[in-house]
Design a protein around this ligand. Structure first.
Ligand code: 9MR
Length: 375
């Protein structure tokens, strides 16, 4: 289960009410007694929109192009699309002097024709850098590369982007750097000011888009309290310096077997972010099931409970304006490749199964939107 009774004990009355009867810790497998009943099968984007929220998902362009059924499900459910890989450095920048936008343009066009919002991921990250990066970029030219990259990519979609993950995963307390900054090539070449620079360049090119700092591992209180603290300090520093930053993205790759989700601490972290005047986006929600029992019915109940418990806390914070899942269907999820189950059975981290049928997790999400306060 995602949360234990200890997590609920100190939670606000609202959260307790929403979670009434949700936990069944007495059963060895952590199965929930919840029914996950829903009133209707309206698309998730409608459940969200009814509360002034945005729901959508990440996807890879090839999935939409080669899989008509998936494409139809995506169009039905999603009000926002984020390219899963197509806007990362290794996709848009095949050579130091060449940009390649074919796939991201296709996704932008698809979003536009479907009336979906489009969001960008990501301008500055330590992963998915092109092969040439280490050979070509150094202390002397890193600023030129960074500024040129952000300028070119944001200009391409200026006026079209709902939001941009400007910097992704810049905090890593275990790296031992000052301010808990991650030991990334950007820190190595440019020092800590690369973060502020990135936001300023993006803002100068596309002043109307929402600029987001996106981070992982903020969901559980152990061992991540240090990361939360470091992220808050980073956001405070950026705000104090007048950096154009508008939101925090909380990735939200949840773990089905995890028990360290403390609702009270998570809720208070969200309030701390909101009190800085920042919006919050849930940017990459899914629930890993590699360590859960093999029976799909058992797994689905645990996963649905994780979705509902997490979203009930997160959506209690009115600064949260959008929820995106990292993929839509178990047919296409990064977990199949990166972290398959050791028993070889398919993973089930998302809301639609591999036949594109809604699972209990879909109901859980619809219910969480339904119970959220209107924005
Ligand atoms: O889902 C993405 C996968 O297809 C890529 O190969 C991988 C490379 O690291 O990145 C995955 O997306 C990540 C996202 O960009 C940042 N947060 C973690 C996501 C899952 O690893």
């Amino acid at each position: 289960m995602c949360i234990g009774l200890s997590g609920l004990a100190g939670a606000s009355a609202v959260v307790v009410r929403k979670n009434r009867g949700l936990i069944d810790n007495s059963q060895a497998l952590g199965l929930s007694k919840r029914d996950f009943e829903i009133a209707s099968q309206a698309p998730l984007k409608r459940y969200a929109a009814a509360k002034g929220l945005i729901y959508g998902a990440a996807t890879v362009s090839d999935f939409l192009i080669s899989d008509a059924d998936f494409k139809a499900s995506f169009a039905r459910e999603c009000g926002i699309l984020v390219p899963e890989n197509e806007l990362k450095w290794d996709s848009v920048r095949p050579a130091p002097d060449r940009f390649e936008f074919t796939k991201s343009d296709w996704l932008a066009g698809f979003a536009r024709t479907q009336g979906m919002l489009f969001r960008g991921h990501t301008l500055v990250w330590h992963q998915q850098l092109p092969k040439w990066f280490r050979e070509v970029v150094n202390r002397q030219n890193a600023e030129k590369f960074l500024v040129e990259h952000i300028t070119t990519v944001t200009k391409r979609y200026a006026g079209q982007m709902h939001s941009w993950d400007v910097v992704n995963e810049a905090i890593e307390p275990n790296d031992g750097q000052s301010n808990a900054l991650r030991k990334s090539p950007w820190l190595e070449f440019l020092g800590p000011d690369y973060i502020e620079l990135a936001f300023r360049v993006a803002s100068a090119v596309d002043p109307k888009t929402m600029l987001v700092y996106n981070e992982n591992d903020l969901e559980y209180d152990t061992p991540n309290q240090a990361k939360r603290t470091a992220v808050l300090k980073l956001l405070e520093r950026l705000k104090a310096r007048g950096t154009p930053i508008h939101a925090l993205g909380i990735q939200s790759h949840l773990r089905g077997e995890e028990t360290a989700l403390n609702l009270k601490k998570l809720r208070s972290f969200l309030s701390d972010v909101a009190s800085m005047g920042l919006k919050i986006l849930i940017t990459e929600l899914d629930v890993s099931d590699q360590k859960l029992p093999s029976d799909p019915a058992v797994r689905d109940r645990i996963i649905a409970a994780c979705y509902e418990d997490y979203l009930s806390v997160v959506l209690d914070e009115r600064a949260v304006i959008a929820v995106l899942t990292w993929g839509l269907s178990d047919r296409h999820t990064w977990y199949s490749m990166f972290s398959p189950r050791s028993d070889g059975i398919g993973v089930r981290p998302l809301t639609l199964d591999s036949n594109l049928k809604p699972k209990l997790a879909w109901n859980a999400m619809a219910r969480a939107f339904d119970q959220a306060q209107k924005r």
